[in-house]
Design a protein around this ligand. Structure first.
Ligand SMILES: *[C@@H]1O[C@H](CO)[C@@H](O)[C@H](O)[C@H]1NC(C)=O
Ligand SMILES: *[C@@H]1O[C@H](CO)[C@@H](O)[C@H](O)[C@H]1NC(C)=O
Ligand SMILES: *[C@@H]1O[C@H](CO)[C@@H](O)[C@H](O)[C@H]1NC(C)=O
Ligand SMILES: *[C@@H]1O[C@H](CO)[C@@H](O)[C@H](O)[C@H]1NC(C)=O
Ligand SMILES: *[C@@H]1O[C@H](CO)[C@@H](O)[C@H](O)[C@H]1NC(C)=O
Length: 254
C-alpha cells in the first residue's frame, strides 16, 4: 500500500488521536525512578495522587526537586491541608522544565538564574512567579532554590541536598530540604476556587471554524477523555478546520 494511500485512509480525527497519543510513547516513569528511595515515598505518592506524574511522562527535559519524608512531614502546608487539590500546583513548582546536571548546577551564576516550572505553564501563577530563582554559592558549595520574589517576601526556599537519579538530558532528580511555595500562593483561600471547567466542545464552537471537529469529538466520546486527562495542567489540541473536512469525499466514514 502506497504511503499516500495510507495517509488518505486516516480520517482527520484518527490523525488527531494518534498525534496526541504518540506523545505518550517513550515515556519516562518518574515513579519508577523514585521507587528505590524509601525516603522519597511520600513525595512520590503526592506526585501520583495529584496526577502531576502523568504530566511528566510526556516531557523529556526536566529537573525534579523531591522533598524527603522527614522534611515533608514537618511541612505546615501539608499538615494543614493534606488532601487539597491545590497541593498539585505546589508540587508542579518542584518540576523545573530544564535538565540540570550536577555540573550545570555548579556553573550557575551566583546571582541569577530563573527557571520555568510546570506551575508557570498552568497559567495560574501570578506574573512570573511560576519561575524559580536558582543560585549556586561556590564558597559553601550550596545551591538554593526560591521564588523570584523580593528576598524578604519569598515565602520559602530550599537547599539542594544531593543528586538522587538521572537519565542524562531527560530527567534529573535532586532531593531538597524543604517544600518550596510559590509567591502569592495562598493555599487556604484558593481551596474554594472552582475547577477550570475545561469544555473543549465550547472552545471549538466559540472558535467558529471547528464545528465539524467539535461534533465529531463529542459524538466519539473522545472529548470527555481529553477533558479528564487534562488534570488542571493544560492541553494542546491540533484540530482540522471545517474546510479541511469539506475536501473529503462524501463517502468518508468517521
Ligand atoms: C512506573 O513504575 C512503577 C514502579 O516501578 C510501576 O508500578 C508502574 O506500573 C510504572 N508505570 C508505567 C506506566 O509503566
Ligand atoms: C535571585 O536570588 C539571588 C540571591 O538570593 C538574588 O541576588 C537575585 O536578585 C535574585 N534574582 C531574582 C530575579 O529574583
Ligand atoms: C531561606 O529561608 C530561611 C527560613 O525561612 C531564611 O532564614 C533564609 O534567610 C532563607 N534564605 C534565602 C537564601 O532565601
Ligand atoms: C530521552 O528522551 C528521548 C526523546 O524522547 C528518548 O528517545 C530517549 O529514549 C530518552 N532517554 C531515556 C534514557 O529515557
Ligand atoms: C460544553 O459546551 C457545549 C456547547 O456550548 C454544551 O452543549 C455542553 O453542555 C457543555 N458541556 C459541559 C459539561 O458543560
Amino acid at each position: 500500500m502506497a504511503v499516500s494511500q495510507i495517509i488518505s485512509d486516516f480520517t482527520p480525527i484518527i490523525m488527531l488521536y494518534l498525534l496526541l497519543h504518540s506523545t505518550f510513547i517513550s515515556a519516562v516513569n518518574i515513579t519508577h525512578l523514585l521507587s528505590p528511595y524509601p525516603d522519597l515515598s511520600d513525595f512520590s505518592d503526592l506526585l501520583s495522587t495529584t496526577t502531576v506524574v502523568a504530566d511528566l511522562t510526556q516531557r523529556t527535559s526536566l529537573t525534579l526537586l523531591a522533598v524527603p519524608n522527614s522534611f515533608l512531614r514537618t511541612s505546615e502546608l501539608i499538615r494543614r491541608s493534606p488532601s487539597s487539590t491545590n497541593i498539585a500546583d505546589v508540587i508542579r513548582y518542584h518540576v523545573l522544565l530544564q535538565y540540570l546536571s550536577l555540573h550545570d548546577l555548579r556553573r550557575l551564576p551566583p546571582s541569577d538564574k530563573l527557571i520555568t516550572t510546570l506551575f508557570q505553564t498552568t497559567g495560574r501563577a501570578t506574573n512570573n512567579f511560576g519561575l524559580v530563582n536558582v543560585t549556586y554559592d561556590d564558597k559553601t558549595d550550596t545551591t538554593i532554590v526560591r521564588s523570584p520574589a523580593a528576598y524578604s517576601q519569598a515565602p520559602s526556599n530550599a537547599t539542594v541536598i544531593s543528586l538522587i537519579n538521572n537519565l542524562p538530558y531527560n530527567v534529573s532528580i535532586y532531593s531538597v530540604n524543604s517544600l518550596i511555595v510559590p509567591y502569592g500562593f495562598n493555599l487556604l483561600s484558593s481551596e474554594s476556587r472552582p475547577p477550570l471547567g475545561l469544555n473543549i466542545s465550547k472552545a471549538l464552537i466559540d472558535g467558529h471554524n471547528f464545528n465539524v471537529a467539535a461534533s465529531m469529538l463529542a459524538a466519539s466520546g473522545v472529548v470527555q477523555e481529553f477533558e479528564s486527562d487534562e488534570g488542571g495542567a493544560g492541553i494542546t489540541l491540533f484540530v482540522p478546520t471545517d474546510d479541511a473536512f469539506s475536501d473529503l469525499p462524501a463517502s468518508a466514514n468517521f
